[in-house]
Design a protein around this ligand. Structure first.
Ligand code: FE2
Ligand code: FE2
Ligand code: FE2
Length: 420
């Protein structure tokens, strides 16, 4: 569907993934950022890495704990980072293996808490990177919990058992050259890390895969959202074709769909899971997701894309939110996402009802059209092509279900193996 992928830079894709994970849990991602910076400085001290390689590995270091979003109570960070670290290491590994373009790098996440005396797969080429992340991660955790009483010797005494000599050597060298701790404290490391990410370069194929990974990141909080985003993007794509959107409009729509509900990640799960009529206060909390995502998307994506995402709850008669825009003030990609998002909600299970069937969906759309909520042409095109569009939705969801199931089965097997 996407013809021109230069609508978003490689760097902004990376930053958007990080923004998304930050919405899930800010403190864990900030730990990831600090770890990434330390790893960057270690690689720099090593001397043989190109800038683009350091940028790639810093990104990997940034997301090294991504499995924990799924497996852990983040408030217990010290617990899962020091004692029960297998669950998030395994989940992070499987996530990268099945749901991201980082297949080759995935084992780095599996090994990021592994003591060097336990290395069994010594020929894994990225084992050194895993060992650097492990040490960088420890530096951050120790320093965060001990403050000024942290001493380098606390790490050094585990040379050859927990940490490799090479990793310790690089960290020591990096700390001599750069006041790493000070930079972490005054947050000035962020600018350097940001500049390093200018060197991230994905080809168009990879960009598409990283955007799919972004969609999967949303599922770390609520796995239903991945399927919903896929359904929504599929409906939007088919509608875009039927409505003869230009290549640029199709691309805008695609990004708009992928990012349109990332603000929901910031909404407390207790509110999302309520199976009763929401109070006005709860409704206004949920509506905030637009404001939250607009702030992020405005700086990461073109304005026309951010606008498509930010208007998905607007309605043709001005009854939508947040701005109460009317049909005339909107364009076809915006109208399509409004419809696709609504139909996706109808197709999805809610705590108070199962998925709606064809006749219920078409009846509901006809009622909404009567009430003035949707553009007449958009509803007509959807209604006329309902079966063809749903066939495509089914086809695309099969692959996604298969990948997610594989991950889940392997994760459960690994965990029961550990327990056994
Ligand atoms: Fe970890
Ligand atoms: Fe960590
Ligand atoms: Fe929404």
């Amino acid at each position: 569907m996407v013809t021109k992928m230069e609508y978003i830079s490689s760097k902004n894709i990376v930053l958007l993934i990080c923004d998304t994970l930050k919405l899930l849990e800010r403190s864990l991602m900030e730990h990831g950022e600090r770890t990434a910076y330390i790893v960057y400085k270690m690689l720099e001290a090593e001397g043989s890495y190109e800038l683009f390689e350091m940028a790639d590995f810093a990104f990997l270091a940034m997301i090294h704990d991504m499995g924990a979003y799924k497996t852990e109570d983040i408030d217990d960070m010290i617990q899962f980072e020091t004692k029960n670290y297998m669950a998030h290491s395994i989940y992070g590994y499987l996530f990268l293996k099945y749901l991201s373009p980082l297949n080759k790098e995935s084992k780095v996440l599996l090994y990021h808490h592994l003591n060097c005396e336990d290395y069994q797969e010594n020929d894994y080429p990225l084992l050194p990177i895993a060992s650097y992340i492990y040490l960088a991660d420890r530096l951050d955790i120790y320093h965060k919990s001990l403050g000024d009483s942290f001493q380098f010797d606390m790490l050094k005494k585990h040379e050859g058992t927990r940490y490799t000599s090479k990793a310790l050597f690089l960290l020591e060298k990096a700390m001599e050259k750069t006041p790493i701790i000070e930079k972490l404290n005054d947050k000035s490391f962020r600018r350097e890390l940001d500049e390093l990410f200018d060197f991230i370069m994905f080809n168009n194929e990879d960009k598409k895969k990283y955007l799919d990974m972004l969609m999967q990141c949303k599922g770390l909080k609520n796995d239903k959202t991945v399927m919903e985003t896929l359904i929504c993007s599929c409906i939007a794509e088919e509608m875009g074709k039927k409505m003869h959107l230009t290549g640029e409009e199709m691309a805008n729509l695609y990004y708009g769909v992928l990012t349109h509900d990332i603000g929901m990640l910031a909404i407390p799960k207790e509110i999302m899971d309520l199976d009763r009529q929401l109070t006005p206060e709860e409704t206004s909390i949920i509506r905030k997701h637009i404001e939250i995502e607009e702030k992020i998307l405005k700086v990461r994506l073109k304005e026309s894309v951010a606008q498509i995402a930010a208007t998905h709850h607007e309605r043709a008669d001005g009854s939508g939110y947040p701005k109460g825009l009317k049909d005339k003030a909107m364009n076809d990609p915006q109208r399509i996402l409004q419809l696709a998002d609504s139909v996706t909600a109808m197709l999805s299970i809610r705590p108070y009802r199962g998925p709606m069937d064809k006749s219920a969906i078409l009846k509901s759309l006809a009622d909404e059209l009567k009430a003035g909520h949707f553009n007449r042409r958009v509803v007509a095109i959807f209604t006329d092509n309902y079966d063809a569009i749903m066939d495509k939705v089914l086809l695309k969801s099969e692959h996604l279900i298969e990948m997610n199931q594989k991950l889940e089965v392997q994760y459960q097997n690994a965990i029961s193996h550990l327990k056994g």
